[in-house]
Design a protein around this ligand. Structure first.
Ligand code: ZN
Ligand code: MN
Length: 480
């Protein structure tokens, strides 16, 4: 019998708004524990929430991009629960009227196109963090993350394997970054996925699902899917039943463990949030949102290939990060040399990023300076090795490229007279090599070229020297 794995995702995205969803506290990551807290996000009695308008704008940007229907009259609800990390003992979320519904994202996995349905997107607040101290056995509470805005993106159960899940998350993350709504940092918990998984004999009725919560790396997600799918198949093969439950993924041990039976919505005793007004999305706002959607990575890739003539690998490498794409666009525009700019960025710049362990989002490099160097090399004023050296100096020390190439004598001598003179001297002093060349031993050319370059210094333009040497050798007659 062939088994089929069915996966649906609930993705929590931390938004990169300046302040929290219902108060003015900062959303900055980290900070000393309990320093980004006020009476509202600490859940003090009588403190009232005020909705941050930019959270709604972020939700709309994502919803419009994913082709969702926008709920014009949207509301918040209370999700009641005992949360040690959320001191109000309820989470403000959306159940009955989420802001976006019925969208989709088209992915490519294993070379095949597939449409993944988006059931809904809702806004909610994040909880704080519990820090377990194994030494003392105590648990500490840090409420800094309490009230950081989240979007919860819920897909339909359209995934059949981990490849599809990862392709979806990759594209979703890229889209969120280009939309400027989240930093997408999985390592800081800005993007977390809950995996709902069930198995069934191929084509059969849907099985009972389990949920694995808060997976925060692509690797963990792929391993968790493989493990949980195999576990459920084994249970069913032995004639057992899968229990509907929430399971914890232990990444170190590589196993999922039963945590608690899975709650249904009624367990949370949801009711409309009485402290917040409904949200009305009017036409002008929605139009403003639609007009403000930027060009996304996929569109950029198409344009780089079709209009700027980039290769597909170069276009893909450059758009893999928004910051890199931004750098490419300004360097290519300023220098008017898109191909040279693409070579520089996918070559030397990315190499240096890797070498220095710099994340692309932290790359700060002056596009004007790079454009200046591209023009110098394109116009033949510096050679390739001087170019490489100057680019490195700009990357590492942010030097002024004009002063750098001048002071180090990197500007090329393409003065015909000077080079002709150098070549003449070299031939006069290396009669036997010149004779060898004439006798058909072409290796001698390389030797003479090396001599001429050494004499001329590294600022000599090798192409000009080569040309001058070739001509001189054609005219050459042995002395005496
Ligand atoms: Zn606060
Ligand atoms: Mn949630």
């Amino acid at each position: 019998m062939k088994w089929e794995t069915i996966v649906g995702l609930e993705v929590h995205v931390e938004l990169s708004t300046k302040s929290k969803i219902f108060c003015a506290c900062t959303t900055a990551f980290g900070g000393a524990p309990n320093t980004h807290v006020c009476p509202v996000c600490a859940g003090m009695p009588g403190a009232l929430p005020t909705l941050n308008r930019s959270v709604v704008a972020c939700a709309l940007r994502v919803g419009v991009t994913l082709g969702c229907a926008i709920t014009r009259y949207s509301k918040f609800d209370r999700k009641n629960y005992f949360y040690p990390d959320l001191p109000k003992a309820y989470q403000i979320s959306q159940l009955y009227a989420p802001i976006c519904r019925d969208g989709h994202l088209d992915i490519v996995a294993a070379g095949r196109k597939k449409t993944i349905g988006i059931r809904e997107i809702h806004m909610e607040e994040d909880a704080g963090k519990l820090i377990h101290d194994p030494g003392s056995g105590n648990t500490f509470m840090d409420y800094n993350r309490c009230g950081v805005p989240l979007l919860e993106i819920v897909t339909t159960p359209d995934f059949r394997d981990a490849d599809e899940v990862l392709a979806f998350l990759d594209l979703l993350r890229e889209t969120l970054l280009y939309l400027d709504v989240s930093d997408g940092k999985m390592q800081e918990g800005s993007l977390r996925a809950d995996v709902n998984l069930s198995v069934r004999p191929e084509g059969g009725a849907l099985g009972i699902r389990t949920e694995m919560k808060n997976l925060n790396s692509f690797k963990a997600i792929a391993r968790a899917i493989a493990f949980e799918s195999a576990r459920q198949i084994k249970v069913l093969k032995l004639g057992g039943v899968v229990t509907q439950e929430t399971r914890r993924w232990d990444d170190d041990a590589g196993v999922s463990l039963g945590m608690r039976s899975k709650e249904d919505a009624q367990d949370y005793r949801y009711f409309p949030e009485p402290d917040l007004l409904p949200i009305v999305i009017d036409d002008p706002w929605l139009r403003e949102i639609k007009d403000g959607i930027p060009e996304l990575a996929q569109q950029k890739r198409r344009r780089y290939i079709d209009e700027l003539g980039l290769s597909e690998p170069h276009a893909a490498a450059i758009t893999a990060h928004k910051n890199i794409a931004g750098l490419f666009e300004s360097v290519s525009k300023k220098s008017g040399q898109p191909l040279e700019a693409a070579n520089l960025i996918t070559g030397a710049i990315m190499h240096m990023l890797n070498q220095s362990g710099t994340l692309p989002e932290n790359l700060l490099i002056d596009a004007d300076k790079l454009s200046f160097l591209i023009l110098l090399v394109a116009e033949g004023k510096i050679n390739r090795s001087a170019y490489k050296e100057a680019v490195e100096a700009v990357f590492l020390h942010n030097v002024d490229p004009e002063a750098y190439v001048t002071e180090r004598g990197l500007l090329m001598i393409s003065d015909g007279h000077l080079i002709a003179e150098t070549v003449r001297d070299v031939l006069a002093q290396n009669q036997s090599a010149a004779a060898d060349y004439h006798a058909g031993r072409t290796k001698a050319f390389g030797f003479l070229m090396g001599q001429a370059m050494r004499r001329g210094g590294r600022s000599c333009d090798p192409d000009t020297v080569k040309k001058a040497l070739t001509e001189a050798l054609q005219r050459w007659v042995p002395i005496g």
